[in-house]
Design a protein around this ligand. Structure first.
Ligand code: DUC
Ligand code: ZN
Ligand code: ZN
Ligand code: ZN
Length: 468
């Protein structure tokens, strides 16, 4: 059975034209005009007046992550389903072994959890400590498991965070393997010191979370990670960049010709730190790391996108319920699990605030949402492209109409939405995954376990070189 999408405006990272897409089985087989049905039972979608995008790739999510004494509330099934409802058809989750746990033992756990995904998934491997076997296990990740990207945390010292010596070892090993290192850049020791000081002063409410990790904490760590990568001669990818200080470090690196890539997330582009002033512990919903920044940083991030310093908009989807999870920190902000839901809303927010807000054009929208993550992380052109041979993962988007984001109607398994009440323009009319319509007119039709693991390979991080 095939799917024929007729007369849509097909938008890729580089093109925009009215045409048809024909999918057979789980692949795109033809893109052109005047395409006709091949089989009697083919599904035909009239996309006139609508846009057709490659399915979104969220390169930064955490499904059922054991973290801060609890576990993120979306599992691989509910989280990928929420993604499909929001036009995201592939995720890259992070295997995060506990300190002392071997990488491959962590990977085995994540493989088991991910079996219920409804859409395709890949893994980054976090190196959370350095042991005798780390080097050979990193090699096995790259050569046998299809995991050529590693994650390090400069924050969360004492738990999953690494020190500078460990970070250098990861970078050197990744360089030898042709792999890419991604970094959560916050100065972990300073965060701990600031937390202690605030707690000692009796400053315990959610708003102090933000004051315990101010922008210079991120700027310093971003610059330090970039300098270490420069010493080693290894590219680096900064996850969830949130502030001017960190952008400045990226700007300097790029001026030197250093290959530094950066990602940000909708919450850092759209929200400001006034969210932490909400009464009744509601500020806890916005406790994530790095925190939401003061007014001003948002425009700087949009400018960073416009000038090409930032390549990817992901979500850091890591939901925790207000009731039963966030409230563990009711008396102490340092105990509030860090993270929020976002995978379902990435498209609508990036469209509304990015494209309609005049910051990016439609091609750049597709690039940030799908094509760059595919290129940087070794999924292109199987993902992130509308070409014959690519996976039949597509979004048909109706730019007319609008909706209001709410925890009452979202598909995230979470009792809060940090964009509650925000109006987004347009709507996903169809999400096609593996050549099957899995979301249509507001209804999901997904299959638990239908998602496939995506082994990846980097062409000597050169795929990432095409910086714009
Ligand atoms: N930040 C979060 O807010 N949650 C998960 C991990 C992280 O780095
Ligand atoms: Zn092991
Ligand atoms: Zn992080
Ligand atoms: Zn994260």
């Amino acid at each position: 059975m095939g799917i024929l999408i007729k007369n849509g405006e097909i938008v890729t990272a580089s093109d925009k034209f009215v045409g048809d897409v024909y999918c057979d089985g789980d692949k795109i087989v033809a893109v052109g005009s005047g395409l006709v049905k091949q089989g009697a039972d083919d599904v035909v979608i009239d996309a006139s007046g609508q846009l057709v995008f490659p399915g979104g790739i969220d390169a930064h999510v955490h499904m059922e992550l054991p973290f801060m004494g609890t576990e993120s509330s979306d599992d691989f099934e509910t989280g990928t389903a929420a993604g499909v409802a929001g036009g995201t058809t592939s995720i890259i989750d992070f295997v995060i072994p506990a300190r002392g746990q071997h990488l491959l033992d962590g990977l085995a756990m994540w493989k088991e959890k991910a079996k219920k995904a409804v859409a395709d998934y890949a893994f980054h491997m976090a190196v959370t400590w350095w042991g005798d076997r780390t080097k050979s296990e990193m090699e096995q990740c790259v050569r046998e498991e299809g995991i050529p990207s590693f994650k390090t945390f400069m924050a969360y010292r004492g738990a999953i965070g690494v020190d500078d010596v460990e970070l250098i070892q990861v970078m050197q090993t990744a360089k030898d393997l042709g792999a890419l290192v991604t970094v959560h850049a916050e100065h972990g020791d300073i965060v701990v010191a600031l937390q202690k000081k605030l707690v000692a002063e009796g400053k315990l409410e959610p708003k102090y979370h933000a004051l315990s990790r101010p922008a210079p904490v991120e700027g310093e760590a971003t610059n330090r990670a970039i300098m270490m990568a420069r010493m080693i001669g290894e590219p680096i990818y900064i996850v969830h960049l949130t502030c001017r200080e960190a952008l400045d470090a990226v700007t300097d690196a790029r001026r030197r010709g250093q290959l530094v890539m950066a990602e940000t997330c909708p919450q850092y582009l759209i929200l400001d730190d006034s969210v932490y002033d909400k009464p009744d512990f509601e500020g806890a919903a916005y406790v994530m790391s790095p925190p939401i920044r003061p007014k001003g940083h948002q425009e700087a991030l949009w400018a960073g996108i416009a000038s090409g310093l930032i390549q990817v908009v992901a979500t850091d989807h890591c939901p925790f319920n207000q009731v039963g999870q966030k409230d563990m920190g009711r008396d102490n902000f340092t105990k509030i699990p860090n993270g929020a839901a976002g995978i379902e809303n990435r498209l609508g927010l990036l469209w509304t605030y990015g494209v309609l807000g005049g910051h990016i054009d439609v091609n750049r929208f597709v690039d940030l949402f799908s094509t760059q993550p595919a290129k940087i992380f070794g999924l292109y052109p199987r993902k992130g492209a509308i070409v014959p041979g690519a996976d039949a993962d597509l979004v048909v988007f109706d730019p007319k109409g609008s909706s209001v984001i709410s925890a009452k109607t979202h598909h995230h398994r979470c009792d809060r939405n940090i964009f509650e009440g925000f109006e987004v323009k347009g709507k996903v009319s169809h999400t096609i995954v593996h050549g099957r319509v899995q979301y249509k007119d507001g209804k999901l039709d997904v299959v638990r376990g239908a998602g496939r693991y995506l082994p990846r390979k980097l062409e000597a991080p050169a795929a990432a070189r095409e910086l714009r």
